[in-house]
Design a protein around this ligand. Sequence first.
Ligand code: MIC
Ligand code: SF4
Length: 654
Amino acid sequence: MGQTLTEKILDDHLVEGDLEPGEEIGIEIDQTLSQDTTGTMVWLQFEALEMDEVQTELAAQYCDHQTYQFDFKNTDDHRFLRSAAGTYGAYFSRPGNGICHNVHKENFAAPGKTLLGSDSHTPTPGGLGQLAIGAGGIDIAVAMGGGAYFVEMPEVVNVRLEGELPEWATAKDVILELLRRLSVKGGVGKVLEYTGPGVETLSVPERTTITNMGTELGATSSIFPTDERTEEWMEQFDRGDEFVDLSPDEDAEYADEIVVDLSDLEPLIAQPSMPDNVVPVREVAGQDVEQVIVGSCTNGAYEDVLPAAKMLEGREIAKETEMIVAPGSKQASEMLAREGWTAEMMAAGVNFSEATCGACIGIGHVPASDSVSLRTFNRNFEGRSGIEDDSVFLCSPEVAAAAALKGEIVDPRDLADELGDLEDPGFEMGTSYSGGYGEGDADIITPEESVDDELIKGPNISSVPVKDPLGSDAGGETLLKMEDNITTDHIIPATSDILKFRSNIERLSEFTLSRIDDTFAERAKAAESGVLVAGENYGQGSSREHAAMCPMFLGVEAVLAQSFARIHKANLFNFGIVPLNIDEDTYARIEQGDDVEIVDDVAEAVKSGQEEFTVRVNDDWEATATLDASERERRTLAAGGKLSLTKQKHDDSG
Ligand code: MIC
Ligand code: SF4
């Protein structure tokens, strides 16, 4: 039987297990990436694991999330990251050089290689045939140390693209359509592999918009085959020699097939405050728009900004609307400037941001109260923009530019009819990139060029908390009962006043779940131990391991949920918190404040492979909860987390 492209790459990298969906496999990692807000923990754990040097083919450290350095703590984090990259042998991308996914895609991503990154949108270079997966920081640290990455073998789903995009429909609409159909949990446990005649009609930047937002579906990864368009795109960055022709076998078998006829698509928009709340733009047209932002890791390439620039050429944006362009990388900014588009957009009333995540996680450009903001980003979780009760819509650059011109949400087709001379800008590839990171590129410091050979830690950079091994008891008060689709932004919010504590778990933990209940941290500390209860898809969104570390630090011993998001569940194992699945009835019955005790000898049961656990509530009634974990995850959990386990292994072998 033939193989899918995903299976081929996994097979090439397999070090443990079989490619059976649902089984755990171990794969070799070729490249890693981390960014500033997850990276400090990555390197602190690399240090705690007593590693001397990066073992992967390539490791890259970016500074992209908090580049405005509002506080010396951000700058200290960046200096620490530069020193860690130099000390251990990683590439370092300076603050302001761009968002990790964009810079990695342009400079390092390579078809057929594996990439593991401490950011949930790591799958972005799947658009050029790389198998890229997001994970928690300690998984990156272990991979950089030469260890395998363990993940449940995903089901490979064929997303067959047919036809061609009609006027004004874009790649963003392809992924919004999938979100509309499948929901934010529709991709959990799956790799979405794109095939069919529609593939060749899409360019690499268009493909990476789609793979980037596969994360919003909860997918393990998303991938496209490679072709001439991939090669041509890589040549633009002087990396044509790294191109590899990759495709699935003709008789490859997929677990499922989804057909998207590109010619049926129209401009779509995700309404507040979930990326799957998707409707045609026409359905919500007419709402006033105060802010429009084009950019981010989803639509921040030069080729993404260009259509908006062309639409604005010779026009002015509406007086009641502000428009900001935040390119994904400095290369994209440079191109826009060199080709004259920056001046063109400025004349239309646009302001420019440096190439950073910024507004996407509530740093700068916070929307006004009670106002609509249209963004080309990938997530619009409530409050993420920096103001509670925000109203953030997600759309293509074309829909964003149309709204900026009209001052309200409008389908660009209708605006074109109204204006008479507005044409679909279509897609156009950039021509004058400055090339790769080669010698003379001031923004990426290669391991050889580094000036650092020891770690530089500012006063806010503390050590990694380590949990004791599991004992016989676990449980306690139900500290919080939550709904479905709780995001990591709920568990540990981003925003500038909180991000500066990402290297200091004691301080950061004070913000745990504060978006849901601002007394949480205090109550958890006072209770000393406890559990969390949640509905479906608990922990969706980001890869931030802080969302497991901080609850662990506050004494949370177990999370009882109807289901979990993949990366967050792995992070719970990695920090010694027991993730138990409960059914709908049990979820409905447990109340906040209830005492929940796991009846079994927890450490023994976890180690012995027991799947069903009995939980006793208020000493009054009992229910069954299940632990769905591999043998390795059980060992990790029993040891109190991955750091303890990996250290134990080192000590035993050394
Ligand atoms: C996000 O988009 O939520 C982030 C911020 O990029 C996170 C990483 C983080 O929390 O630092 C992610 O997606 O993993
Ligand atoms: Fe940055 Fe936003 Fe992309 Fe996360 S989703 S990497 S915060 S631009």
